[in-house]
Design a protein. Structure first.
Length: 144
């Protein structure tokens, strides 16, 4: 007579990776317990968390010679910038591919998709050239 709700089942990290493979991602093991998920030219590094969840080391980006280039908004144009300093202008096709990559990744990993991120690509860094000394702490005031 009593109705019971089934407990929601949380898939393990390995099951989430299998789901990524089924959706066309190639998953490669990295040093430690991290993995790199790649589809096309887009990639992200993932690490397992408690409860089978996956945690990203940083936002997804484009592969630039073995490194993942993060999307940087420099005011007048978007660029992909690798940790080594290599820089590449972002093309519209790459931005669209990155957006689809992130949406499919979140769906496969069981993560929430937020409204502002669903509208389009979101940059990792914002570096505007019109704001002098913005990223160097407190700028010198005019009266100093």
């Amino acid at each position: 007579m009593f109705f019971r709700r089934e407990r929601p089942r949380t898939p393990a990290f390995a099951e989430r990776l299998d789901d990524l493979r089924k959706k066309g991602f190639s998953v490669t093991a990295l040093a430690g317990d991290a993995v790199r998920a790649v589809r096309g030219s887009c990639a992200i590094d993932l690490k397992p968390e408690e409860g089978g969840q996956a945690r990203a080391g940083a936002r997804a980006g484009i592969l630039l010679g073995g490194e993942i280039g993060s999307l940087t908004d420099e005011g007048f144009q978007k660029f992909f910038r690798a940790p080594s300093g290599r820089k590449k202008p972002a093309l519209a096709a790459e931005l669209q591919a990155l957006h689809e990559f992130e949406e499919d990744l979140k769906e496969s990993l069981g993560q929430e998709s937020y409204y502002n991120e669903s509208l389009g690509t979101v940059s990792t860094f914002y570096r505007y050239d019109r704001v002098k000394d913005r990223d160097r702490g407190v700028p010198k005031r005019a009266w100093e």
